[in-house]
Design a binder for this molecule. Structure first.
Ligand code: GLU
Length: 467
């Protein structure tokens, strides 16, 4: 027996805007499925709508996919560049009797539809040219599919199950317009066939197209791909996803400082599940992904869940991964490069930086005491910690620290002793101390901070504050 054909999937965006979150999820599912099955993932740019397609949008989509780490095989295919091939297939279908030239004018079509409506029937156009005839001299024509008018068209969808259309509800759709250009419906089928696509995984807004495309496949005498139509993403309130809900371009998520691996994890969970697993790596997703795990009801976009996963992925980074992610983020935000000293200081307290950060800006906030040079202005909350009483207390502490040797255990015991001597709880010393050393109220522990920046810098920052 022949072994099953290797899986080939594709992502086929229309380049009319950014790669939004729904498109990114479709791309991810196709990428995961190809990876899971040892297959190939291809990219096709559906740029046939010349008025709405822009090279900038194509660029943004490729950039978005690249940031997400969804690599495709070969060059992206431009649908528009294949118009001659689309027309060729339409002509072959005319020759084989599965399509025909229709010379009906717009007025004739409108009149036909009106009459159908008046008679209480669905206003589907039935062309008189379906069964031939002698064309008027020099008249323009379109090419229409000769679709079956009785029986049923069935799509065995991997997510939606078996979906059936009565053929009498489907008309003879246009394959080639009167100027010879292909319609979208024809172009998709020809391209998917020629690219050897075995599995079409896309949003369920394309489900009806699958029925019409099935008829084209049949007319062309081609094997059908496997279809899997995924429910669209909704907002947390169950309504259709809007900008307010998070229907943004993926670059907006990059700019908010989510890690690509966290986005992949979160997007995979938007509509697909593997048992109760919420947090997983991309390797695990590749190992587990299958069409059977895609749910039938729309997933709800939830920023809280994304943040939570993002925090877990940040904690899962090692020091190298953290530095790489921060460098990439800083570059994307046009921030200055880190110095070698800053990087080694961030490594020196990597785990405590990562402990509570849910996004990369939060991680940078934790590292503020490393990344900004003194004297730096404390933020508002930190200023509130530095009233004259606290500053007096820090001045006395400075004297003690001048004589301390600089190791974490030693610093801990000096500060504990000092707090006791002042009749203060440790926190009452640590909070103003943190404010003075970091300019913030959130940072790694003050002992970590002092160890990382060293004695001279600690004393200098204290002196900046206490005057
Ligand atoms: N270009 C279509 C879209 O962006 C996708 C077509 C398809 O996946 O078949 O919605």
């Amino acid at each position: 027996m022949a072994s099953p054909a290797p899986v080939v999937t594709r992502f086929a965006p229309s380049p009319t805007g950014f790669l939004h979150i729904g498109g990114a999820r479709t791309a991810l599912f196709n990428w995961l499925y190809a990876r899971a099955k040892g297959g190939r993932f291809l990219l096709r740019i559906e740029d046939t709508d010349r008025a709405r397609s822009t090279p900038e949008a194509t660029e943004a989509i490729l950039e978005g996919l690249t940031w997400l780490g969804l690599d495709w095989e070969g060059e992206p295919i431009s649908q528009a560049s294949r118009a001659a091939r689309h027309a060729e297939v339409a002509e072959q279908m005319v020759a084989s009797g599965h399509a025909y030239r229709c010379y009906a004018t717009k007025e004739e079509i409108d009149a036909f539809r009106e009459a159908e409506k008046a008679a209480g029937r669905a206003p589907l156009f039935r062309s008189p040219w379906r069964d031939g005839g002698t064309p008027p001299e020099g008249a323009a024509h379109v090419v229409r599919l000769k679709a079956p008018q009785s029986g049923e068209t069935v799509v065995e969808d991997q997510v939606q199950g078996k979906v059936t259309w009565k053929n009498e509800t489907l008309d003879d759709l246009i394959l080639l317009r009167s100027d010879g250009t292909p319609t979208y419906m024809l172009a998709v089928v020809v391209d998917d066939h020629d690219m050897g696509i075995t599995h079409v995984i896309r949003g369920d807004d394309h489900l009806t197209n699958a029925a019409r495309q099935t008829l084209i496949y049949q007319g062309a005498g081609w094997d059908l791909p496997v279809f899997a139509h995924i429910p669209l993403i909704h907002g947390p309130d169950g309504a259709k996803l809007s900008k307010r809900h998070g229907a943004l371009g993926v670059e907006a998520y990059r700019d908010m400082g989510y890690l690509p691996e966290a986005m992949r994890n979160y997007l995979a969970r938007l509509g697909w599940s593997h048992g109760d697993d919420e947090f997983f790596t991309t390797e695990q997703a590749v190992e587990w992904f299958d069409l059977g795990g895609i749910g039938k009801s729309p997933a709800r976009f939830d920023f809280k869940k994304l943040e939570n996963l993002s925090g877990q992925h940040i904690r899962a980074l090692d020091d190298d991964g953290m530095i790489a992610a921060l460098r990439q983020f800083a570059a994307s935000q046009h921030m200055p490069e880190f110095t070698a000293e800053q990087e080694s200081q961030m490594r020196a307290c990597g785990a405590s930086l990562r402990e509570r950060a849910k996004t990369l800006p939060e991680l940078l906030g934790m590292a503020h005491f490393i990344l900004s040079a003194r004297p730096f202005a404390p933020d508002e909350k930190a200023s509130n910690q530095l009233d004259s009483v606290s500053r007096g207390m820090l001045k006395r502490l400075t004297t003690r620290l001048q004589h301390a040797s600089w190791s974490k255990p030693e610093l801990e015991s000096v500060i504990k002793d000092f707090a006791e001597g002042e009749g203060l709880k440790l926190g009452k010393v640590a909070q103003p101390l943190r404010a003075a050393l970091t300019g913030r109220t959130v940072s790694p522990s003050v002992f970590d901070v002092m160890e990382v920046i060293g004695k001279a810098e600690t004393l200098a920052r204290l002196e900046d504050t206490t005057g």
